[in-house]
Ligand binder design. Structure first.
Ligand code: XMP
Length: 534
């Protein structure tokens, strides 16, 4: 399948470039800058990402341009553009002040890369260096009021550079620029779609698995659920799913999700192991110990159930592309993060099957929709594996879990029911994140739940405060509410929920949840805080 290669020089927005290209129904792979796949006949173009580094510094990342120059069309973004200018004989220098934020383009020249752009098209700048001289054989195609070489092109080669970030949503014609490059310049056919993915993956799963049996641990989350439905389509009842209740799920989640899975036709075994987890967690306060107990407990239960399934040779996981991308840190070391059930396949002598391993999160959702899955399963917020255990500060008891489930349920239901109208950039941000909403008169109506990345309640079970209910003094626990916006959970901001909404939820919780007499809203961003409290 034809593909675009994105060489990663360590920018925070490299993954976004990949997502935008995929949104154009073009397959692409992100690889570290020094791992260009030289013998891959499917490559039709190369994009060089941004970087926090300076291309003239000693520690700069360089590549051998002979591998790509003259062989593929090349688009450099920020660092990528500067690296080419620097390497090909131009000049890049530090800028007095860092160029950061919105700017508007002025066009010097008609150029296929900028075809269809609005006059003065808004772009998003973020760089500390700037190109002060273009190499011979290159010319400027757009400037901003402060950046002379905002976009450049080679006179007679297929090379372009832009010193802004077309991949971020503040760059209004950013997706158009990527489309111009990928489709018009590289000749991409835009034939990567959820339906094509499903057909192709179903075939691949059948080839990989043959007549063997597959087991899959369901978490209730989007990734494992979509993986299960896809596998079910490929191999039917040769797939057995195991859904473990660790007693730390949301209110009614075990029964609701189990019912959803059964309606989807999945062969699913629900195991209620709540008591095992409660007894192992009794008296444990320390967050990392809680995590270890829950992780080990899950493996015990899963292994015991899996052993009952005769002939199982494969363990399927909902691993997605961002879990596998080798992201660069500034020292140039490659960090590999892979956070699914570590060690389980080796321990059980099973081979791995990861049907979603090439997909970004929003693509997983599109695939889920094309498989006919219900919207509430597809748009679910992320939920941590250790569940409510890391949202009860202190030791865990069934009573505390019940209190937190009730408070959390009021909060989450409220977020789903409360809708607000969005327009302009806010609406574009939400739509670009994959929320299905219809634009009417330039506005969309979206629930608060769909506007945020993740939310939940936290029980401060070691803290008590005084309150008054009717004529009675109360001395009970506070609940904190947490809701954040984020693109990838690496950074997050607290969601600016409407005061009226917070007031309503607070009243409901204090009136209805026995054991809680105070509600606080967490206004910390990540960093320096984290999303979860433990
Ligand atoms: P933090 O708290 O690190 O969370 O900002 C980032 C994202 O990861 C989730 N999270 C976990 N997920 N096991 C998981 O499967 C865990 O132990 C865990 N801890 C945090 C968190 O919900 C957020 O989406």
């Amino acid at each position: 399948m034809e593909k675009i290669i994105i060489l990663d020089f360590g920018s925070q927005t490299t993954q976004l470039i990949g997502r935008r290209v995929r949104e154009l129904n073009m397959f692409c792979e992100i690889v570290p800058y020094n791992k260009f796949p030289q013998n891959d006949p499917d490559v039709i173009g190369v994009i060089l990402s941004g970087s926090p580094l300076s291309c003239y510094a000693d520690d700069a990342f360089h590549i051998d341009f002979d591998m790509i120059r003259g062989k593929y069309p090349i688009l450099g973004i920020c660092y990528g553009a500067q690296l080419m200018a620097h390497t090909f004989g131009g000049k890049v220098e530090p800028e007095g002040t860092r160029e950061y934020g919105r700017a508007n383009l002025e066009f010097m020249d008609e150029n296929p890369l900028l075809k269809g752009f609005a006059p003065n098209s808004q772009v998003w700048m973020s760089h500390g260096d700037t190109i002060t001289r273009l190499p011979e054989g290159f010319h400027v195609i757009a400037s901003t009021s402060t950046v002379k070489y905002a976009a450049y092109a080679a006179d007679s080669e297929k090379i372009w550079g832009v010193q802004y970030h077309p991949e971020v949503f503040h760059s209004i014609d950013g997706t158009l620029l990527l489309k111009n490059f990928v489709v018009d310049i590289c000749g991409g056919h835009q034939d990567w779609s959820p339906a094509v993915f499903v057909d192709q993956t179903v075939k691949e799963i059948r080839e990989q698995v043959g007549d063997d049996k597959v087991i899959l641990g369901l978490s209730g989350g989007v990734d494992s659920s979509v993986a299960a439905v896809l596998l079910n389509k490929a191999i039917g009842d040769h797939l057995t799913c195991i859904f473990v209740n660790n007693g730390l799920l949301r209110k009614n989640e075990f029964s609701d999700v189990l019912r959803d899975y059964e309606c989807l036709g999945l062969n699913v075994v629900g195991v209620d192991a709540s008591q095992k987890f409660y007894s192992e967690l009794a008296g444990v306060h320390e967050p990392e110990r809680k995590r270890k107990i829950i992780g080990a407990g899950f493996i015990d239960v899963f292994e015991a159930e899996a052993k009952k399934i005769e002939g199982a040779r494969f363990l399927a996981q909902g691993t997605i592309y961002p879990d596998r991308i080798e992201s660069l840190n500034i020292t140039g070391k490659v960090i590999k993060s892979h956070h699914n059930v570590g060690g389980l396949p080796e321990k059980m002598g099973l081979k791995l099957c990861e049907p979603l391993k090439w997909l970004f999160k929003d693509e997983v959702r599109r695939v889920g929709r094309s498989l006919g899955m219900p919207e509430h399963l597809i748009t679910r917020h992320p939920f941590p594996g250790p569940g409510l255990a890391v949202r009860i500060l202190g030791d865990i008891t069934p009573e505390k879990v019940r209190i937190l489930q009730d408070a959390d349920d009021i909060f989450i239901k409220g977020l789903r029911e409360w809708k607000t109208k969005l327009s302009g950039e806010e609406a574009r941000r939400v739509l670009q994140a994959g929320v299905p909403a219809d634009m009417k008169d330039g506005e969309i109506e979206v629930s608060l739940y769909d506007q945020i990345w993740q939310a939940g309640a936290i029980l401060l079970s070691d803290v008590k405060s005084v309150g008054v209910m009717g004529d009675e003094r109360t001395y009970e626990n506070p609940v904190a509410l947490r809701a954040v916006t984020s693109a990838d959970a690496m950074t997050a901001d607290w969601a600016k929920l409407p005061y009226e909404f917070l007031a309503e939820v607070s009243n409901k919780i204090i009136r209805n949840v026995k054991g809680v007499n105070r509600v606080c809203y967490d206004i910390s961003s990540k960093p320096p805080a984290t999303i979860e409290w433990e």
